[in-house]
Design a protein around this ligand. Structure first.
Ligand code: NAD
Length: 363
């Protein structure tokens, strides 16, 4: 099979969908990899590394799409890429169709087989190609929070870990899933005081078992949230109700409970956010102030740490790229349920119920 890797063209996107080691594995199995020149640059991966691993470099996305039986990407195809896809071509990437009707119609019209990272589910119903990005965003949320608590960034001027004789920061993490647990662990490592809140008692029991002593695991209700806001220097929003808009846990008037200069990092912003005053921001202008509380609501946080994110993503996707390349999409889907669960469109038809229902399309 010929596997094509174009350079990502969405703004602020520095990831690439394949590492040189992926090229090496594919070529060793008899496949051919064509990659657009400069595709890895945003992640510090050089064309020479891909060449040495056995890839062929092409100078334009049009050539990559024209040659490839399977395109492997990171972000959903952008408008300029829509006309490059063709019937029967496998496109393996994040699509997030339900959020974009125009994209859904364009990919459907192209006749390509859309294999979506975000719906690839394992036997336990987990989404292993979303997990690495939640891990990145969770860990990064503390790093960003630490930065914006600094006075020159309009924060309170607080060091997360304090120093001997001065109390550390208090960090409240709303939601104890992948993002929340990663945030809490990193915050604890900074020696901050941490509270992590969830409504799932089993999850709280688990977190209570594995978290260090400076992390309190609390049940998430309105009373506890409001008490936490009074103490918190940094609030991290990390809740998710799968397939739904994020629940709103903090109202605008609640912000008045917080100290001026405290910081909110609403990681859940890609699902609408869990703070009433959250609105999507970008890496170019990540923050804004409401009632003296600094808000950071970047929708694609992992993009800023492209190199780490590229490695984390490719570690998770390569196994499936290899299966699809070796067997073809139909055999891979009949042998592996995760592959079948990832196919959102095939043969000009929508094959994912949620996408079909969202836009009233034939299923
Ligand atoms: P997850 O499913 O692993 O965890 C979500 C947790 O929220 C669950 O434990 C759930 O019990 C809990 N929860 C639900 N309702 C709650 C409530 N009322 N109070 C407290 N907890 C509640 O999800 P995740 O992978 O950790 O992702 C969290 C969010 O972060 C998602 O919206 C995801 O899309 C988003 N995300 C954003 C970025 C970004 O760049 N902004 C990157 C990755 C993930």
């Amino acid at each position: 099979m010929i596997i094509g890797v174009p350079k990502e063209i969405k703004s602020d996107e520095y990831r690439v969908a394949m590492l040189p080691v992926g090229v090496e594995e594919l070529t060793r199995r008899g496949h051919k990899v064509v990659i657009e020149a400069g595709a890895g640059m945003g992640s510090g991966l050089l064309d020479e590394d891909y060449l040495a691993a056995g890839a062929e470099l092409l100078s334009s996305p049009a050539e990559v799409f024209a040659q490839a039986d399977m395109i492997v990407k990171v972000k959903e195809p952008q408008k300029a890429e829509w006309e490059l896809m063709r019937p029967g071509q496998v496109v393996f990437t994040y699509f997030h169709f339900a959020a974009d009707q125009e994209l859904t119609e364009a990919v459907l019209a192209s006749g390509a087989t859309a294999v979506a990272y975000e719906t690839l589910a394992d036997s336990e119903g987990r989404l292993p190609l979303l997990t690495p990005m939640s891990e990145v965003a969770g860990r990064m949320s503390v790093q960003e929070g630490a930065k914006y608590l600094e006075r020159p960034q309009m924060g309170r001027g607080i060091l997360l870990g304090g120093v001997p004789g001065v109390a550390p920061a208090h960090i409240t993490v709303l939601g104890g899933g992948i993002v929340g647990a990663n945030a809490a662990r990193i915050a604890a490592g900074f020696q901050a005081n941490v509270a992590i809140l969830d409504i799932n008692l089993d999850r709280l029991r688990y977190l209570d078992d594995v978290m260090p002593a400076n992390v309190d695991c609390l049940y998430s209700d309105r009373h506890t949230i409001r008490k936490q806001l009074q103490r918190a220097d940094l609030v991290i929003g990390a809740v998710l109700i799968p397939g739904a808009k994020a629940p709103r846990l903090v109202e605008e008037e609640d912000l008045k409970l917080m100290q001026p200069g405290s910081v909110i990092i609403d990681v859940a912003i890609d699902q609408g956010g869990c703070i009433a005053t959250s609105r999507p921001t970008s890496h170019a202008e990540p923050t804004y102030m409401v009632h003296d509380v600094l808000h950071y609501c970047v929708t694609n946080m992992p993009g800023a740490v492209g190199r780490t994110s590229t490695f984390a993503l490719c570690n998770a996707t390569l196994r499936w790229v290899l299966e699809i390349a070796d067997r073809g999409i139909e055999e891979a889907a009949s042998k592996f349920r995760p592959v079948a669960s990832a196919i959102n469109m095939h043969g000009g038809k929508v094959t994912n119920l949620a996408v079909a229902e969202t836009f009233h399309l034939e299923y």
